[in-house]
Ligand binder design. Sequence first.
Ligand SMILES: C[S@@+](CC[C@H](N)C(=O)[O-])C[C@H]1O[C@@H](n2cnc3c(N)ncnc32)[C@H](O)[C@@H]1O
Length: 247
Amino acid sequence: MEWNSILYDKKHDFVAEYGKGLLEFIPDNKEQTILDLGCGTGTLTAQLVNLGSKVMGVDSSQNMIDKAKEQFSGIEFRVCDALDLPFEKEWDVVFSNAVFHWIDDHNALVKNIHKALKPNGLLVCEFGANGNIATIENAFAKAYKELGYDYRPKFNFPTAESFGNILTDNGFVIDNICDYDRPTILKDAEQGLANWMKQFFASELAVMPEEMQTVVFERAAELARASLWNGKEWVADYRRLRAVAHI
Ligand SMILES: C[S@@+](CC[C@H](N)C(=O)[O-])C[C@H]1O[C@@H](n2cnc3c(N)ncnc32)[C@H](O)[C@@H]1O
């Protein structure tokens, strides 16, 4: 999926905002090297610069990397897939916020991270846990199907137990792993849920004309309203998985 970096920074900047809480798991050592894996538009990479001697952001989306470079010209950013990392024993810390649920093969992902880390290197990550945005995804799938389109679930939201097993099977020692509910207010009142779907279901929506997209937004909102509308704004049913593990 190609990312709309402008919509992301304008309406979904809460993703990086929440990610700031993850920074506290980065050791206090100004000499360390840090890779921001799936850096998006670079907001958190810019914070990581204060926590290490060498910091780089990589992301598979050209749009996101272009925006990151435009905003933070002094930081190195590269287009690069997490499943094909060109690093060997190069990083003390691999940091990643809100990325791993976009990647099907967590085993291959964790192997890539292991290869990129120096001995004793640390992984600090957070992403969607089992059940994340289930109400939104179900409402979208139903609305989409009613118009004759077939939604194929595309997110990989594991349990803490299954992701923990992947980490240990690949030679990591887990320092901390947990999942938790994180109800998340969407900006723009009534428009918030449609904004969210435009951003995160961009590839599904791209195959239909705009009038049909509007029908999907309205129907999905109708289906999700009883669970997610608090009378003033949409509160998305986020669930997160946080893991800190070293090799
Ligand atoms: C929700 S954004 C999070 C961006 C940033 N980490 C933040 O906290 O704002 C998810 C990012 O994951 C990136 N991504 C998805 N799959 C990827 C992959 N296989 N390799 C590298 N980046 C990936 C997307 O391009 C997108 O920029």
